[in-house]
Design a protein around this ligand. Sequence first.
Ligand code: BG6
Ligand code: MG
Length: 222
Amino acid sequence: MKGVLFDLDGIVTDTATYHFSAWSRLIKDEFGLTLPEIVEERTKGVSREDSLRIILEELDLSLDKDRFQYLTNRKNQCYIESLNQLTSEDILPGIFKLIEELKQKGIKIALASASHNGPFILEKIGLIDSFDTIVDPGKLSRGKPDPEIFEVASAQLGLAPKDCVGIEDSIAGIKAINSAGSCSIGVGDDKLSEAFQRVTSTKELSVTLLQESWNNFVNDKL
Ligand code: BG6
Ligand code: MG
C-alpha cells in the first residue's frame, strides 16, 4: 500500500448530514415539500447538480434551467452557512490519528471528493496541509460511480490505482474505487456490501487494517 484516497463528506468530517439538511431546508422553503429519506443515501458522493436531478426525480418535479441553477446556488449558500462553525472538533473519530500514522509511514494521501467545498472544509478543520494532493472535481468529466476521480487521485500522487486504498461512505464511491482497481474500504452499514472491506465507524480505521485489507486484496488477485 503506497497511497490512501480519502472521500471527504462522511469520512473525514460529518458533513454528509449537512448536505442532506441543506437540501431538506431548501425544498421545504421553495416547494413546501419534505424530502424522502432515500434521498440522503442516493445523493451521497454525487455532485450538486446530479443531487438536484435525483431530488426532482424523487419528487416528480421538473424545472427550467434558470430555476435549476438558482436552486443549486441556494443549496450551496445554505450548506456553506452550516459550515461556519466547523472546527477540528468535527473531524470524525480516528481520522486524525490515521492520517498522522500514514504520514509517519511515508504513505501518501489524496482527497477524492466530489465536493467543490473540499479545500475550504480542510482549511476549517486544520487538515489542508496534511493532504499531499486534492482532486479538483471541476476538472473531471464524470462523477462517482465512474472511477475517474480515484484514477486522477492516484495519478496526482504518482501512483497506480492498484497500489492505493480508497475510503468511502457511499455506494457510488465504493463502485468508483472498485472500478478504478483500488482496494475499497467502506464505512457504513451493509448497503456497502460491494466494499472489499467494511467497517461501521471511522473509529475502526487504522494503518494496520488498511494495510491488511490491501494485502488480502493483492493476494486475491494472484
Ligand atoms: C459529496 C457529497 O462529497 O459532494 C454529496 O457526498 C455532494 O452529497 C457532493 O452533493 C458535492 O458537494 P458540493 O459541496 O460541491 O455541493
Ligand atoms: Mg462521502
